[in-house]
Design a protein around this ligand. Structure first.
Ligand code: MN
Ligand code: MN
Length: 365
C-alpha cells in the first residue's frame, strides 16, 4: 500500500526566525557559546532531567544506568519517552516515565525475585536503564526521530528495548526502531488498547496518538496481517476506518468477544497469530486497555476494560510464549492518576510481569 502523506494545511512563515533566536544574545542570559548552554555529557543516562523538568531522575527498580551508546552486555534496556504532544484529549503522559519508575514500594536495589518462580528477571535478563530520550517539547517529528534512534541503538546492541511512554504516538518510532534491526515487515505487534489507533490522520497531521498503527502499516514496518489488537471497545474509530483495518488483514479482539469466549482462549489464538512467520514480537500496552476503575490515570479513559490482574497475567504469558524483541507501556498520565498512584503502580508491574515471562522463557521453565 502506497504511503500517502497528509499535506500540511498551514504554512507558518519562519524565515529569519531560526537564525535570530540562535545568535541573538538577550542581556541577562548566557552569551552565545557559553558552556552553560551546552547539554550535559551523554555518559549520564539521566542527563535530560537537567533541562527537562518532567524527565526521570533514577533508574527503574534501581538497575544500573547505561547510555544507549554504551550498553555493555545488557539483555533488556528500559528507555523513557516523555512525550505527550500527540494527545487529542487529556495530556500529562510526559510525566509517565518518571511516575512508572518511581511507583514502587520496594528498595531500588536492582533485585526483583518473582514470588511464584523465584526467578529475578532483572538479573536473568541483565536489565539496565538508559534514562529518558532527550525529546523536544512541542516538536513532534524531531522528538519521534530521537526516540526511533534510541530504540534502534538498543536493538542494534542486541538488547530488547522496553519503552516507558509517553502517549501512544511513540509506538510509531518504537516499533520502527525495532523493525530497522529485526526486519521491516517481519515483526509482529500485539497491541493492548481500548482504541485501534489506526486513524488516517490527527487534525490533518500524520502523527498523534490516534495514528501510530496506521503509520506502521503504511510504512511497511509492521504489516496489517502481523497486528493483533486486544481489548478494543467503545465508539472509535468510525466504521470506514474499521473497514480499512479489515482490508489490511488486521486481527482484533473486542472486549465483548473476550467476555464471551474468555481471555485464555483469545490469548491462545493471539499468540499463534503473532508467532506465525514473524522474526519477533513487539508488545505495546496502552494502559487504557484496563478499566478506568483500576487505571484512571490516562488520557482517553474508556469504561469496561480488562482487570489489572488479567493484563498482568497476559503480558507475562506473552513474554514466556513469544520471542519479544521490543515493548512499550504508554498513556500513563500521572496528573489524572490517583488515589494512591494506582495507574503508575500498575504500569510498573506490567513491565515487571512482562520481564518475568521473558526471564522464564530464557531459563526454560
Ligand atoms: Mn493507544
Ligand atoms: Mn487507548
Amino acid at each position: 500500500m502506497a504511503f500517502e502523506p497528509v499535506r500540511n494545511v498551514i504554512t507558518i512563515e519562519t524565515r529569519g526566525c531560526a537564525a535570530s533566536s540562535r545568535t541573538r544574545w538577550v542581556p541577562g542570559s548566557f552569551p552565545p557559546g557559553d558552556r552553560r548552554w551546552q547539554t550535559a555529557p551523554v555518559t549520564d543516562p539521566f542527563a535530560s532531567a537537567r533541562h527537562h523538568s518532567f524527565a526521570s531522575r533514577a533508574p527503574f527498580a534501581g538497575v544500573p544506568g547505561r547510555p544507549v551508546d554504551d550498553l555493555g552486555d545488557a539483555g533488556v534496556v528500559i528507555v523513557g519517552a516523555p512525550f505527550d504532544w500527540g494527545t487529542s484529549h487529556r495530556p500529562g503522559a510526559r510525566f509517565g516515565p518518571r511516575a512508572i519508575r518511581a511507583a514502587d514500594y520496594l528498595s531500588f536495589d536492582g533485585a526483583r525475585p518473582h514470588l511464584p518462580t523465584g526467578i529475578d528477571p532483572l538479573q536473568v535478563l541483565r536489565v539496565v536503564d538508559a534514562g529518558d530520550v532527550d525529546v523536544v517539547p512541542g516538536y513532534v517529528e524531531d522528538s519521534l526521530e530521537r526516540i526511533a534512534a534510541a530504540v534502534e541503538a538498543v536493538a542494534r546492541a542486541g538488547a530488547v528495548p522496553v519503552v516507558l511512554g509517553g502517549d501512544h504516538t511513540v509506538t510509531f518510532p518504537n516499533a520502527t526502531g525495532v523493525a530497522r534491526v529485526h526486519g521491516f515487515g517481519d515483526v509482529a505487534l500485539v497491541h493492548f488498547d481500548a482504541h485501534a489507533d489506526t486513524a488516517p490522520d490527527q487534525s490533518g497531521r500524520l502523527h498523534g496518538h490516534s495514528t501510530p498503527m496506521r503509520r506502521l502499516i503504511e510504512s511497511g514496518a509492521v504489516p496489517g496481517h502481523r497486528f493483533v489488537q486486544i481489548g478494543l471497545r467503545g465508539y472509535w474509530p468510525e466504521p470506514a476506518v474499521v473497514e480499512w483495518m479489515r482490508g489490511q488483514g488486521m486481527r482484533w479482539y473486542f472486549m465483548s468477544e473476550i467476555e464471551e469466549r474468555g481471555l485464555r482462549a483469545v490469548v491462545d489464538e493471539a499468540v499463534a497469530l503473532a508467532a506465525e512467520g514473524a522474526a519477533g514480537v513487539f508488545v505495546s500496552v496502552d494502559i487504557d486497555v484496563v478499566d478506568p476503575g483500576m487505571a484512571p490515570g490516562t488520557g482517553t479513559p474508556e469504561p469496561g476494560g480488562l482487570t489489572s490482574r488479567q493484563l498482568l497475567d497476559t503480558v507475562r504469558r506473552l513474554g514466556r510464549e513469544l520471542r519479544v524483541v521490543g515493548a512499550d507501556v504508554v498513556e500513563v498520565s500521572p496528573p489524572y492518576d490517583g488515589p494512591g498512584e494506582i495507574t503508575a503502580f500498575l504500569a510498573n508491574r506490567v513491565v515487571l510481569e512482562l520481564l518475568n515471562g521473558m526471564a522464564e522463557r530464557a531459563v526454560g521453565v
